[in-house]
Design a protein around this ligand. Structure first.
Ligand SMILES: NC(=O)c1ccc[n+]([C@@H]2O[C@H](COP(=O)([O-])OP(=O)(O)OC[C@H]3O[C@@H](n4cnc5c(N)ncnc54)[C@H](OP(=O)(O)O)[C@@H]3O)[C@@H](O)[C@H]2O)c1
Length: 235
């Protein structure tokens, strides 16, 4: 077992979306203890309810390092050390050409995509490195390897998040060697609600949230050295 005899404990950072609900549900189904975190109490409670009765909703502004330190205290006190951190906070902003990449959009993307990841991965790094199967997972974008002028802010923020995640993986490899940091790559996500709203669309290249969730669950059963540093394209 990852930490003592308890079931693995996994925290979803930014769990209010369809991807967060699908991931929480899949992790729960795989026998894990699941905490799901959002900035809005009503939205994260609704997401936890939709994912399953044992999923625990927690409220935190993951962009605020003081709030994340408080979250880590609560998690350690009430649940114990983490075995998995699934980082889902994202958001998309585009603009017209390079000159149209606004500072406001950059601030939002930098905060949501990179700052939240830095905050959570530092707060829970020791837990993950100490676990028998510690996993950090982020969801990145195909735009990192095919950036356009219109999404330069977004692609740059995602590229930075990928670099940070690879650095965490290097830390794991030079630490206990039991942790793994993984980048999953999608072009776009699709869920049942989106398919029902547009039955005529085929969503080419989109990744279903259930497939994303199953892939995340599978990362916990593979050896760390087989997945640490991997960049897995699900598009
Ligand atoms: N959706 C796509 O098509 C797509 C495409 C490429 C990559 N991705 C990536 O896939 C991942 C999941 O995508 P998604 O669309 O499900 O993510 P998302 O909706 O952008 O983010 C997930 C959740 O994070 C929460 N959140 C935002 N800021 C927060 C903060 N400061 N503190 C705590 N929670 C916060 C939001 O809920 P609250 O506002 O209720 O807190 C939101 O529902 C993201 O990393 C995204 O960039 C998605």
């Amino acid at each position: 077992m990852p930490h003592g005899s308890e079931k693995p404990l996994v925290l979803i950072a930014g769990g209010s979306s369809a991807a967060g609900i699908a991931t929480a549900s899949a992790l729960l189904g795989a026998g894990m203890r699941v905490l799901t975190v959002g900035s809005d109490a009503d939205r994260i409670r609704a997401a936890a309810d939709a994912a399953g009765p044992a999923v625990v909703p927690l409220v935190c502004d993951l962009a605020d390092p003081v709030d994340v330190a408080r979250l880590a205290e609560v998690v350690h006190r009430d649940f114990g050390p983490l075995d998995g951190l699934i980082q889902l906070v994202g958001g998309w902003r585009g603009g017209k050409g390079i000159a149209g990449q606004s500072d406001e959009d950059w601030d939002v993307l930098h905060r949501n995509v990179l700052t939240t990841l830095r905050n959570t991965s530092r707060a829970f790094y020791a837990d993950l490195d100490d676990s028998a199967a510690g996993r950090l997972v982020i969801v990145s974008s195909t735009s990192v390897t095919a950036p356009t002028a219109g999404n330069a802010n977004y692609a740059a923020a995602k590229a930075a998040a990928e670099a940070w995640t690879q650095a965490v993986g290097q830390g794991f490899a030079s630490g206990t060697g039991r942790g793994a940091a993984v980048v999953l790559v999608v072009k776009a996500l699709v869920d049942d609600g989106m398919r029902a709203a547009s039955p005529e669309r085929s969503f080419p290249g989109f990744t279903g949230v259930a497939h994303l969730a199953d892939t995340i669950v599978g990362l916990f059963t593979q050896p760390a050295d087989a997945v640490n540093g991997a960049r897995i394209d699900l598009s």
